[in-house]
Ligand binder design. Structure first.
Ligand SMILES: Cc1cc2nc3c(=O)[nH]c(=O)nc-3n(C[C@H](O)[C@H](O)[C@H](O)COP(=O)(O)OP(=O)(O)OC[C@H]3O[C@@H](n4cnc5c(N)ncnc54)[C@H](O)[C@@H]3O)c2cc1C
Length: 419
């Protein structure tokens, strides 16, 4: 029996949850529901084990607590531990420091940890959800291969372009925030000794005009935490208008990829332009971008829908709300949505009443996440509509403000947005 309480056949109680999406939100929802006695089945479109292409994930007390809830314990080798935050100016000189202890792990490590808790019989890879049909006694999911599954509740954990959400709330669409993140992952051993000494075991910041660059260490290949074998995760947020984004999403053969361009297809001219611009960064980040062999382009979106539930359907994680990544809180939000959903569904209320109670609890919190992340990213732009807008945004150009709120949960805790 796994920590989540599932037996090897993956059969829990008599009530069955159909969970669409097998990433963070889907796995947390399955594990929390299984602990509450539900029979759970996760249907994931992608046919192979998921991987975050090296993306780093900063952890928080709430995330570690959620891991303990569903996996029993946080493994001692969960990630890279660092103690300091530091902001540098264009010359690379330190202009601010702050002591904050934190662990950074990798997306893949986090996914593998959650996935290992769920019996294989509960995880159905390569199942592309198309639509649902609900009636008075249950709900059916219909998949692209023509197959159907029937359950008591259907959970949309299918990310920010959620097909589940599209069926009952088609008007709720992510809106482009006007900037992108250029992400990269660099092997520790590739850095010069001086840079390695300067950047490893710190969360580093640099604030060019209207832009933001951050970097922090994460585990290396196969979760290697040994000094010399780790990776450095770097992100450069840059204002990019919608026309420019369209060009970035068009490969060298002229094919436009509206849902996101696979990294190897990003046109060489844009990668070369990124590297040329990186020549103007402080030496630490300049070296990092010179070493990035395959940058990843990630447009930043906001999503704040009016509903999280519809009948026997509920949304969790990014399918419900998308906050810009500055808070580093997406996984915590997905975990806490899932915990609340399972708690309400475990009560004596019927499914639709339980889902209404879930929405009443989580909707205001999701909104706080989205709004605060917008504030944190508000200075990443070229030009302002008003002097007041410029003044409000200026707060997050101050190293101390930025360092004390980026990828940390303190503000959200104070605002009551966390459980
Ligand atoms: C640049 C960047 C940095 C980030 N850094 C952090 C961080 O440091 N810490 C943090 O907590 N969060 C971070 N996040 C956010 C975090 O990655 C997300 O919040 C989290 O992955 C959301 O998980 P999810 O399961 O809700 O959605 P997703 O991870 O998007 O998963 C949705 C899943 O549903 C599947 N799916 C989609 N459609 C269908 C369908 N029709 N049928 C079946 N399956 C389907 C998809 O294949 C996918 O596996 C970051 C995000 C970005 C963009």
């Amino acid at each position: 029996v796994s920590a989540a309480g599932l037996d090897s056949a993956g059969v829990g109680g008599p009530r069955r949850a159909l969970i669409i999406g097998g990433s963070m939100g889907g796995l947390f929802a399955a594990l929390y529901l299984a602990k509450r006695g539900w029979r759970v089945d996760v249907f994931e479109r992608i046919g192979v084990p998921l991987s975050g292409r090296g993306a780093g994930i900063t952890t928080h007390d709430e995330m570690l607590r959620a891991i303990v809830d569903v996996a029993g314990a946080v493994p001692p080798d969960f990630g890279v531990h660092f103690e300091w935050r530091e902001t540098v100016d264009a010359t690379g000189a330190t202009i601010g420091t702050m002591r904050r202890s934190q662990i950074a792990t990798s997306w893949t490590r986090m996914w593998q940890l959650l996935r290992a808790q769920l019996p294989d019989t509960c995880y159905h890879a390569g199942r592309d959800f198309q639509c649902y049909e609900a009636d008075g006694t249950g709900i059916s999911a219909v998949f692209a291969d023509g197959s159907r599954e029937r359950g008591d509740v259907l959970i949309g954990a299918d990310g920010f372009r959620s097909v589940v959400r599209g069926q009952f709330l088609p008007e709720a669409q992510p809106t482009y925030a006007g900037y992108v993140a250029w992400r990269g992952l660099i092997e520790e051993a590739a850095f010069s000794p001086a840079t390695r000494y300067a950047i490893f075991l710190k969360f580093m910041f640099h604030l060019p005009d209207g832009e933001q660059v951050i970097g922090y260490p994460v585990a290396g290949t196969d979760n290697d935490l040994r000094p010399g074998h780790r990776h450095w995760n770097v992100l450069w947020y840059r204002p990019t208008d919608a026309d420019a984004l369209r060009r970035l999403f068009t490969d060298d053969n002229g094919t436009y990829h509206p849902l996101g361009i696979p990294p190897p297809l990003i046109s060489r001219q844009y990668v070369a332009a990124l590297k040329a611009d990186a020549e103007h960064l402080p030496p630490q980040f300049r070296e990092a971008y010179a070493l990035v062999s395959q940058p990843i382009l990630q447009p930043i979106y906001d999503l704040e829908p009016q509903r999280m539930v519809g009948g026997r359907v509920a949304l969790v994680g990014d399918a419900a709300f998308v906050a810009r990544p500055h808070l580093g809180g997406g996984v915590v939000k997905a975990a806490q949505d899932s915990e609340a959903l399972a708690r309400h569904l475990a009560g004596s209320a019927g499914v639709t009443d339980a889902l209404a109670a879930y929405e009443a609890e989580r909707q205001p919190r999701g909104r706080i996440f989205v709004r605060h992340a917008q504030e944190l990213g508000s200075y990443i732009r070229r030009g302002y509509a008003s002097e007041a807008e410029k003044l409000a945004a200026a707060q997050y150009r101050v190293p101390h403000s930025l360092m004390s709120e980026t990828a940390l949960m303190d503000w959200l805790r104070g605002a009551g947005a966390l459980s």
